[in-house]
Design a protein around this ligand. Structure first.
Ligand SMILES: Cc1cc2nc3c(=O)[nH]c(=O)nc-3n(C[C@H](O)[C@H](O)[C@H](O)COP(=O)(O)O)c2cc1C
Length: 181
């Protein structure tokens, strides 16, 4: 296996950046996700597949509620990447300073996003470090029809020190995830 060759191909795959939110009673949280893909071609039965880290607080809430929302960020909404993606809701209340409204699933919906969908979990595939949730889309709205934020853009739009932090966090996670595969 030539890791560099494989990485060069995988690097060509770009993904959009979302805040995945969930709630259980008074507890609510959100985290950044990029592993989101459609899972049907049938418009009457919209489904998505979402990869969520085993250890995240947001996943803990999804496990209880079986529901979540995906808030698709616009290019200008990069400040929410460090806010929701660099620390855990176990350590800080991420919604203390961020306005939101409750969606039909009870999951927080963020203002000013490109759009959102609200989902109900149908099934989960345990892949070790991540759980892959197959979910029915119950509701959705295009809030502001503009360009979504992409993963590959982050190194250009985030301040340099945040890019350094993002890479450091990724490097730290790799051995931990490897032990779970
Ligand atoms: C650019 C970016 C993309 C990410 N993509 C994912 C992802 O697809 N799935 C995932 O579980 N975590 C992903 N993360 C990591 C989580 O957002 C991060 O672990 C977060 O702190 C978890 O928060 P929580 O414990 O409050 O739920 C990503 C982080 C960043 C910065």
């Amino acid at each position: 296996m030539d890791q560099a060759c494989i990485a060069a191909v995988l690097d060509k795959m770009d993904f959009k950046v979302f805040v995945l939110t969930a709630a259980d009673g008074d507890r609510r949280n959100g985290q950044i996700v990029s592993w989101v893909m459609p899972a049907t071609i049938v418009p009457q039965v919209p489904r998505l597949l979402v990869g969520v880290g085993r250890m995240t607080y947001t996943r803990e809430l999804i496990e209880v509620s079986r529901k979540f929302a995906l808030n698709l960020l616009g290019e200008d909404q990069w400040p929410w990447v460090p806010h929701f993606g660099f620390r855990s809701g176990r350590d800080v209340d991420k919604f203390a300073t961020v306005p939101y409204k409750d969606g039909v699933t009870g999951s927080p919906l963020l203002p000013g996003v490109v759009g959102y969908v609200e989902c109900q979990v149908r099934a989960a595939l345990d892949a070790g470090a991540h759980l892959f949730y197959l979910a029915d889309v119950l509701e959705g709205k295009l809030v502001s029809d503009r360009e979504p934020l992409r993963l590959h853009q982050l190194s250009e739009v985030l301040p340099p020190e945040e890019v350094v932090t993002m890479r450091r966090l990724l490097e730290q996670d790799i051995p931990r995830h490897m032990s779970l595969l």
